[in-house]
Write a protein that binds this ligand. Structure first.
Ligand code: URA
Length: 441
């Protein structure tokens, strides 16, 4: 078989066979197929798409390019959660302890920040001493003893995805529905959980900017999960506004702790309760309503916060910062960003808010950038709120004063102020299961 012919077939809009898809994934990982041929293939897929069957085969081939984790040494049902990425999205740090406090195990591998989006592993590393690389033995032992563990992806989990993702990043082929579905689901299948709850973000801060594209992506991922014998559900959630009020690594851990203390922002609390209810439902703990009540109880009785502290301690972190988040190191400099005119905030371009946070040092501008865990943004006003000219809409935190100018410029560009109060946007748009799409608004 020649890669040239497989590329030409996809370029002409034809369906690829299982043999052809496995040939290209295996050949690419081994180094037999060069980047320039795979780049051409990725662009052909981007332009011509892939059928559900092709996407499922691609997912399976990418999943099997490395280790398939066997979680059978962890007792009980294991539930995974995956967010397609957003700004201010610290839900894993809230939801995993809630679910564990209800007796369902969470053995989760998370990612680092990507583009303008933050990553759970970077946030966890903001906790002094916290280890996100554990041996398999340590990982299993933390889950068995505390009920949960969140670590970085193991080195050999879906290595084909690592290579493909890096290539997509530089060939303008990231935002392709079949390629995103295969990328995410290959890692979920390789991670070995029984059930998968997908948080598919939609809006200006998400990879999928429209609701229809987000639903299509969710349908494809749910179909792949169910086809592979995993109970899978997706919630389509709003990422047209940053989630919560704090953006940046230690700031987001602080907000996650506040949410587990019952003092979190309303939007973050609501999304976390819905995600936790979905995970518990998949694990067979009851109806969605019953599961939501169980999740609410873990905040009210403090059991979820205790689970977070237990996991932090078991992974070498300092649990004192979870009990008292004021112990987190603070950025040496801060700057208030003032409204340029009076009116209502009608929109916040969430991708630009994420970029502003990265410019302060909270994200990576290049692959080699070091993260500043103290850097970030505290939003004082969000969409729908009234502001007066000169009123503070956000506070920027950084370790160098000269980072403020660009970040402030980016944040002000992100915020639109108009004369009319905008309609409130929903937080959760739809639920997608194997049975279909249930619109919630
Ligand atoms: N996250 C992933 O893991 N892969 C994608 O393609 C997009 C988001």
């Amino acid at each position: 078989m020649r890669m040239y012919d497989v590329i030409a077939k996809k370029r002409n809009g034809e369906l690829l066979t299982e043999e052809e898809i496995r040939f290209m994934v295996e050949g690419y990982v081994k180094g037999d197929i060069p980047d320039y041929q795979m780049s051409a293939m990725l662009m052909a897929v981007y332009l011509k798409g892939m059928s559900d069957e092709e996407t499922a085969i691609l997912t399976d081939a990418v999943a099997h390019s490395g280790d398939m984790v066997d979680l059978s040494r962890i007792e009980g049902i294991k539930v995974d959660k995956h967010s397609t990425g957003g700004v201010g999205d610290k839900t894993t740090l809230v939801v995993a302890p809630m679910v564990a406090a209800c007796g369902v195990k969470v053995a989760k591998m998370s990612g680092r920040g990507l583009g303008h989006t933050g990553g759970t592993v970077d946030k966890m590393e903001a906790i002094p001493g916290m280890r996100t690389t554990l041996t398999e033995e340590e990982f299993f032992s933390v889950v068995n003893s505390t009920g949960l563990s969140v670590i970085g992806q193991s080195g050999n989990l879906a290595p084909a995805d690592k290579k493909l993702y890096a290539l997509r990043d530089v060939t303008a082929t990231v935002d392709s529905i079949p390629l995103i579905a295969a990328s995410i689901m290959s890692k979920k299948l390789a991670a070995g959980n029984d059930c998968i709850l997908l948080d598919v973000k939609t809006g200006s801060g998400a990879f999928m900017k429209t609701l229809e594209d987000s639903i299509t992506l969710a349908e494809k991922m749910v179909a792949i999960g169910e086809h592979s014998g995993k109970k899978t559900m997706a919630l389509i959630t709003n990422m047209d506004i940053p989630l919560g009020s704090l953006i940046g690594n230690s700031l987001e851990v602080i907000e996650a702790v506040e949410t587990l203390q019952g003092k979190g922002p309303g939007d973050l609390t609501e999304v976390c309760l819905s995600l936790a209810a979905g995970m518990l439902f998949l694990a067979g703990k009851g109806s969605l309503e019953e599961c939501r009540e169980m999740a609410e109880k873990t905040i009210a009785d403090g059991s979820a916060l205790k689970k977070l502290a237990a996991m932090v301690e078991a992974q070498g972190g300092d649990p004192a910062v979870i009990t008292d988040p004021s112990l987190f190191a603070k950025a040496p400099f801060e700057k208030e960003v003032k409204a340029l005119k009076s009116g209502y905030i009608t929109h916040m371009n969430t991708e630009q808010c994420g970029i502003a946070s990265s410019l302060l040092g909270a994200g990576r501008i290049t692959k080699e950038s070091q993260i500043d865990y103290t850097a970030g943004i505290a939003l004082k006003k969000k969409v729908g709120q009234q502001v007066e000219e000169g009123e503070t809409i956000a506070v920027l935190y950084a370790s160098k004063r000269d980072l403020f100018a660009d970040a402030e410029h980016e944040l002000l560009k992100a915020v639109t102020i108009g004369g009319q109060k905008p309609e409130e946007e929903p937080l959760i748009y739809a639920r997608v299961t194997g049975a279909g799409v249930e619109r919630l608004v």
